[in-house]
Design a binder for this molecule. Structure first.
Ligand code: AMP
Ligand code: MG
Length: 312
């Protein structure tokens, strides 16, 4: 008689998830078993990085290190290491993108109504005429100082969220499987509760609930910038990603999704590619060695040459 074999159905692994609001967006951290005993404390510490990066890098909080820096043009200001890193990184993306990415767009954005602190409802006080540009931000790595040679308003909105995701992911390094989702910008480690690579839907930019395509990923960040994310608060047509030279909303692209090893990179390169437009954006992402998908305003899909490997 053949031996009776028991085949146990493989059940999804148990996971712990918590959601909180940071950076004007919902942040969810999900840890899938096996997890260390102190997993709750680790999730707490991971959220702490969102609070910390926001406190340092927010343009909407007059007390943030960033706001304090912007109130001191002409002065070499020694800044918090996180702020130094974020500005240094933003400037490197600015140079690599030929100025399509530009962290000095803060004043333009504020003038379009992006000037309200989502927690307090208070509006940021506009500084005296801001005239500076990229070349007016001078860094000294050894002294960890930033000098704004002219008055300007820095905006780290395309960097800070990714930065916080990376710091949170580092905090969870003792957990083999987890997902951090900050308003659609993600970092995925290990496997999902089914024991498989995480499957991430890329949404249709014009049909809110529709998924255009799906990628399967692990050990990477997936960040998306969409023209649907944040409409201009002043009632004018347009959104939150500006073409720095004209000051208008970048118009050739509906959404960009970038897959990279860190979320700070995926976040910033996606914003840069958005401004560059479909053709130059894809060439830029290829040159930076990351995978990406750009949906142009006419809804055509433009992908880097290796992107298809990620598709489900
Ligand atoms: P994301 O959320 O990654 O799509 O980035 C959009 C955010 O980046 C905006 O909310 C602004 O804070 C900032 N931003 C807008 N335009 C630019 C630009 N041309 N270069 C750098 N940052 C920008
Ligand atoms: Mg971005």
């Amino acid at each position: 008689m053949p031996a009776v074999r028991e085949s146990a159905p493989s059940l999804p692994a148990v996971s712990q998830a918590r959601t909180a609001v940071y950076m004007d967006t919902l942040v969810t951290i999900e840890v899938v078993e096996p997890a260390p005993d102190d997993v709750a404390a680790r999730i707490e510490a991971a959220f702490g990085w969102f609070a910390r990066v926001e406190a340092v890098c927010s343009r909407f909080d007059p007390e943030s290190d960033l706001s304090q820096l912007c109130r001191q043009p002409g002065v070499e200001v020694r800044v918090d290491p996180l702020l130094y890193r974020a500005i240094e990184f933003a400037l490197s993306v600015a140079r690599a993108s030929g100025g399509a990415f530009d962290p000095t767009v803060g004043r333009t954005l504020a003038a379009q109504g992006f000037d309200t602190n989502y927690r307090t409802g208070e509006r940021t006080v506009s500084e005296a005429a801001a005239t500076g540009g990229l070349d007016d931000v001078v860094l000294d790595a050894s002294a960890r100082t930033v000098l704004l040679r002219r008055p300007l308003t820095l905006d780290l909105g395309a960097v800070a969220k990714g930065f916080a995701i990376d710091l949170a992911a580092h905090e969870l390094r003792g957990c083999p499987n987890f997902a951090i989702n900050a308003g659609g910008d993600l970092y995925l480690a290990g496997n999902n509760p089914d024991g498989e690579p995480w499957r991430i839907g890329i949404r249709h930019p014009r049909i809110p609930e529709a998924i255009l395509t799906e990628v399967a990923v692990s050990g990477v960040a997936v960040c998306t910038s969409g023209d649907y994310d944040r409409p201009r608060p002043d009632g004018q047509p347009g959104h939150h990603i500006v073409e720095p030279r004209s000051g208008r909303s970048a118009s050739g692209v509906a959404s960009v999704t970038v897959i990279a090893l860190t979320a700070m990179l995926a976040d910033a390169l996606g914003t840069a590619a958005f401004v560059l437009g479909p053709e130059r954006g894809i060439a830029f992402l290829e040159a930076q060695g990351v995978d990406g998908l750009i949906i142009s305003a006419d809804l055509a899909q433009h992908a880097t040459s290796e992107f298809h490997r990620r598709l489900v």
